[in-house]
Design a protein around this ligand. Structure first.
Ligand SMILES: Cc1cc2nc3c(=O)[nH]c(=O)nc-3n(C[C@H](O)[C@H](O)[C@H](O)COP(=O)(O)O)c2cc1C
Length: 201
């Protein structure tokens, strides 16, 4: 099966969708070679002063299970706010969901003291993530770029050995193989160029 019928750069950019459902990783694993292509693409992002502020953590299955507990606790706390009886079932469901995600990559930004550089570094990291996402999509791998609450939890930093004063976790990338109709309900639209652009004299 050929995923991308039309492989022009614009088509890859336009067709990429945030993916929330992945094929089962036992049958359709994300191969290390495929993941390396995504990471390799990420590090070629544009980056003022070449600070190379991005850092990546590719979770192994043990670490994924450990981070899953943080994820499940956060989700369950939120979902059971009005009814504590819902906590356990929400926890179990969230744990299962997180563990079943085929591959998880956390992205951190090294923290520059200069606020201008820090802002530019965040932009560079965002470019890196988009490079990653596009390279993934090209290989029939969908990505959800999330800024969910596990990123703000001190336990995540501790488990990964990250010093929060030096590096901020800015994104978690959930990824997995997808099929052609992975995102059937996502009719994501964009305003036309003419509406968001001013062409001056
Ligand atoms: C900085 C940033 C943070 C995002 N955080 C989340 C998130 O926490 N959860 C989520 O489901 N999607 C998140 N997204 C993905 C957007 O929701 C998604 O790109 C948007 O809905 C447009 O859909 P598309 O990616 O399919 O074009 C994030 C995207 C960006 C750029």
């Amino acid at each position: 099966m050929k995923f991308m019928n039309e492989t022009s750069l614009l088509e890859v950019i336009r067709k990429r969708r945030t993916s929330y459902q992945f094929l089962d990783s036992d049958s359709y694993p994300v191969e290390d070679t495929e993941l390396k292509i995504c990471l390799e693409s990420a590090i070629w992002a544009p980056n003022h002063k070449l600070t190379q502020p991005w850092r990546f953590w590719v979770l192994g299955s043990d670490m994924q299970k450990r981070v899953a507990e943080v994820y499940a606790q956060k989700r369950a706390q939120k979902q059971s706010q009005n009814d504590p009886d819902l906590y356990q079932s929400a926890y179990d469901k969230a744990l299962e969901k997180f563990i079943r995600i085929p591959k998880i990559v956390l992205v951190g930004q090294l923290l520059a003291k200069d606020p201008v550089i820090a802002k530019e570094d965040y932009a560079a990291c965002a470019c890196a993530i988009q490079n990653f996402q596009l390279s993934a999509w090209y290989q029939q791998i969908g990505v959800q770029w999330s800024t969910g609450p596990i990123l703000n939890d001190p336990r995540t930093y501790e488990m990964l050995g990250i010093e929060a004063e030096n590096c901020e976790l800015i994104g978690v990338l959930y990824l997995g193989k997808i099929d052609e109709d992975c995102c059937p309900n996502q009719m994501v639209k964009r305003k036309p160029v003419a509406e968001v652009t001013v062409f001056t004299d």
